[in-house]
Write a protein that binds this ligand. Structure first.
Ligand code: TXA
Ligand code: MG
Length: 329
């Protein structure tokens, strides 16, 4: 755990918006109002900032996050839009709609923010404060609802303060949020699917698409939301290569996912070694988790041997993802 922070609370105005962008650019955490609920923002391109965000929320697992951007052009730099996705974006953005789409090849969002998935949730919020912060930063901002894990979503700055004071850098107070429930999430990987009901009514979406939406609730098992999603909305990262967890020694033909300064027996003959954090820092380890797993998976070795990771702080979420990635399929 990191030492408690002093959480500043500033009324929304030009000065606090500029300060919010400065704090985000420096890797800090800023809660701000959107039209739905208050979001807890981090620079989406900064893996360490994203790791700090998960720690501040106290999530026992890495749930993928929504990337907030200011316009359709910025959204298309992150994700691939099919015709129906473009139609929904044009009809309802800015507004309380989130689209889950295939990640663009050059997407700059940190692997940790999408929990290693090949899809990404994108939203263009319709709130002046959120939009001004996004414009001032000039990068996508990941923002889950600004509550502690398991608590309800905050619709006023005081709710954020009650949950997260001492854990984040800044709260921009823009008063009560007008919609008051989270965005509606629609998956557009193939046919459109309703993943989470929310502030945009299903009927409005169906009218725009001229078709009915199937409802397939998503969310990471053990996270804030409904368990298990079917088929293509895979909710956790799964490498092709087998994982061996909590190893004491590296066997022949294995790669090594290391943690900390002391490598195990057999490390010298490993096919490839990547260290989550040579100094044993769990925030740094979280920010490297999915990118290192991908790189070791690509090496195509017999197995990926994973050193033990301590269970405290972000270690709980890291171990959760490793256990899922190692589960037999
Ligand atoms: O209104 C909102 O959407 C608010 C404001 C701040 O924008 N944000 C919000 O974020 O509600 P959060 O993290 O509390 O909920 C995001 C949901 C989670 O259930 C997550 O599992 C799902 O979106 N999600 C994110 N990326 C996904 C993906 N690639 N595939 C499937 N579900 C995804
Ligand atoms: Mg939430």
């Amino acid at each position: 755990m990191t030492a408690p922070l002093t959480t500043r609370i500033l009324k929304a105005d030009a000065t606090s918006v500029a300060e919010a962008a400065r704090v985000l650019a420096a890797g800090g955490l800023v809660a701000f109002p959107t039209e739905t609920v208050y979001g807890l923002g981090a620079d989406a391109t900064n893996g360490r900032a994203v790791a700090r965000l998960y720690e501040a929320k106290g999530r026992p697992a890495f749930n993928p996050l929504i990337a907030h951007v200011v316009d359709l052009k910025a959204a298309q730099a992150l994700a691939r839009f099919n015709a129906k996705a473009v139609r929904l974006g044009k009809a309802f953005w800015p507004g309380p709609l989130t689209l889950v789409l295939p990640k663009a090849a050059k997407c700059r969002v940190a692997e940790l923010a999408t929990a290693g998935l090949d899809t990404i949730a994108v939203r263009i919020p319709d709130h002046k404060v959120a939009r001004d912060i996004l414009s001032a930063l000039g990068e996508p901002v990941v923002a889950p609802s600004a509550n502690r894990s398991g608590h309800v979503s905050p619709t006023r700055a005081e709710h954020v303060q009650a949950d997260l004071a001492g854990r984040i850098d800044l709260i921009v107070d823009g008063g009560a949020t007008p919609v008051g429930v989270e965005s509606t999430i629609v998956g557009c990987l193939d046919g459109p699917v309703l993943l989470r009901p929310g502030g945009l009514p299903r009927a409005a979406i169906e009218a725009a698409l001229k078709q009915k939406l199937a409802y397939a609730p998503t969310g990471i098992a053990g996270g804030d939301n409904a368990p298990l999603a079917p088929g293509m909305f895979a909710t956790h990262y799964a490498p092709r290569t087998r994982l061996r967890l909590n190893i004491r020694r590296v066997e022949a033909g294995e790669t090594l996912l290391a943690f900390g300064p002391t490598l195990p027996e057999g490390a010298k003959s490993a096919e490839k070694v990547l260290n989550l954090s040579a100094r044993g820092d769990l925030i740094e380890a979280a920010s490297n988790l999915f990118s290192h797993l991908r790189a070791l998976d690509a090496a195509g070795a017999r197995a990926i041997a994973v050193m033990p990771i301590p269970g405290e702080g972000l270690g709980e979420a890291i171990n959760d993802r490793l256990a899922r990635a190692a589960a037999p399929r």
